[in-house]
Design a binder for this molecule. Sequence first.
Ligand code: PMM
Length: 307
Amino acid sequence: MMGVVNVTPDSFSDGGRWYTPGAAVAHGLTLLDEGADLLDVGGESTRPGARRVPVADELARVLPVVEALVGRGAKVSVDTTRARVAQAAVDRGAVLVNDVSGGLADAEMADVVARTGVAYVAMHWRGHADVMDDLADYDDVVTDVRRELAARVAVLRAAGVRDDQVVLDPGLGFAKPGASNWPLLARLPELVADGFPVLVGASRKRFLGHLLEGPDGTVAPPLARDHATAAVSALAAQAGAWCLRVHDVRPTVDAVRVAAAWQAARAGAPDDDLAVDEDAARDPAQAVVAEHGGAGTNEVTPRRAHR
Ligand code: PMM
């Protein structure tokens, strides 16, 4: 389970709430208490239409929070499309680089990932937030996303990144208008079958707001999408997702435990196992993160969690 710590004034989901370093760190610690295995610290909003943040501002937002959370024993990932920010965060103990551009925004990113050896999330992306709504033409969204992610993997391999560093993400909501997100979820096993751990970031996204529209057609606001997020997360876990990126951690932890218990019962596990096997009943990322190194080590091995 990856808990989101947005150090931004303008994210669609929680913009401004954790903008000071103190508030961001306190929020991260709360998410850990609620069951997050990893904290994803980001300093640039990717909401549709958002303008780019200067690199100096992104560094100033993210680095103190990464450093403080690593110092408190957290496993930290950095949500950035910039190689320079990724490198600086890894230097301060981040164990994963979460790049919503899959390396397309910064040609140096693959080299940083290869050199540092950290885990790397390559998300499906077609362009920055200010233009992505115009880049949403697909023949078949699932096939196209898988093909474009495979192209990113080829670039990573050519730069020397090992396969066991790589996690793939279908990029829900990124150049994906409302309805096109559902096939990506319903056909998640196809992406899982491509052989890399898969991260799903459905949390509070607009397609859930549309699903939960009121009778007068009002789109449900981001903070009213957490129950739907938990439901999607449970289904995604059951479909083979390795990691779920969420804002409100507790409901999703519970929902994923339900999915894991259900799956274990279907596989014929004895009742006792269902009652006591905490690791199995949580997201598999928990077990992986727990078994690798202490805070400040760069050891998260995505491939180990793959099922
Ligand atoms: N979504 C957002 C930001 N970062 N990272 C990954 N890997 N996958 C996502 O779906 C994703 C992401 C947008 O949500 P936010 O602005 O509330 O963080």
